[in-house]
Design a protein around this ligand. Sequence first.
Ligand code: HGY
Ligand code: MN
Ligand code: MN
Length: 400
Amino acid sequence: MAFEEMWRDLSPVGRSASSGGYFRQPWTSAEGELRAWFAEECAARGLVVETDGIGNQVAWWGDGDLPGVLTGSHLDSVLDGGAYDGPLGVVSALAAIDTLRARGVQPGRPIGVGVFVEEEGSRFGRACLGSRLVAGATTWEEARELRDRAGVFLADAVAAAGLDPSAGLLSLDRVGTFVELHVEQGRDLVDRDVPVGLASEIWPHGRWRFDFAGQANHAGTTRMEDRHDPMLTYAMTALAANKQARLAEQRATFGRIAVEPNGTNAVPSLVTAWLDARASSNAALADMVAAIERQAEDRAGRDGTALVVTPESVSGSVAFDADLATRLAGLGGWPVIPTQAGHDAGILSDAGIPTAMVFVRNPTGVSHSPDERAETADCLAGVEALADVLAELTRSGNPA
Ligand code: HGY
Ligand code: MN
Ligand code: MN
């Protein structure tokens, strides 16, 4: 089965020998290998790939004037990420085309397979950057100034990857419907004991940079009462965020921190930490982040430190097209469930394109981790489900 062959081909690309996790950051050699792999797989299927100026890719099966159905996902990963988040949607899209062809299906409208770059925002800090640029939710003028942790500008990283942003971006003009297959990042399908589900919504979520400024000083000769220690303000803020999320039954995480000068025997001058916050509604997200900020400010006042909070990548709630979800769920009696994970599907839905997501069961629910898994049988069930969805949306005479 092509799925398993493609999966085997992808498996070693960008994989860490020590952790077994993946480092497939955008515009790096590993991700460049994935872009080439995708082009080869499309060519092997007689599909002509278009690669835009920043590395987004699309290949269409069929032509004609009817709006097409685009499916696909992303190939980049978080730092030390899992194998399935992103690539499962791309491999399944290619395998679903194989399945449709094996079934003898002649789609009544074009089917596209797409790959969006920098979905994770793991290098330049903006989630779904590729799809945001294609959908016009972010402009190239804004994005080109983004810098990675080494200070490399996005424009320079793209050029260094052999791409030319002046070549422009993919067009969504041909896209009537978008369907993204994705490994579930949670345990809903496991608890329901079903291999496949559809998405109802994406929780609002975002990333805020907290800059805690203090006074560098000697770790030994500075009395505790004389310190202005930003590490303390950060530590209390991390505890406050966890408490606020638990009280509100939402999500808050500080997973990334940078300390200056990061010395062992000095009180730091600056601690920068990134809050990832998510909630079941826009209002609940705003309330929780505001409460965390208030507690951080209060603690800064007591520590004699200074705090600046900067929103870096915020996405409002996404309610997927309910009629589309109901129609597609009916194909297999699949449950329709919410997700707290952001996806390119959310960006295209916000751009006004009727969008659906197909989830594949994750036996542990673990994601953004080398331990992320999905059983092959469930992945193959996902391919069959995606083929059913694409057949339904492209059947002659059917609305997309
Ligand atoms: O971070 C997210 O929600 C997604 O996995 N990019
Ligand atoms: Mn992810
Ligand atoms: Mn993803």
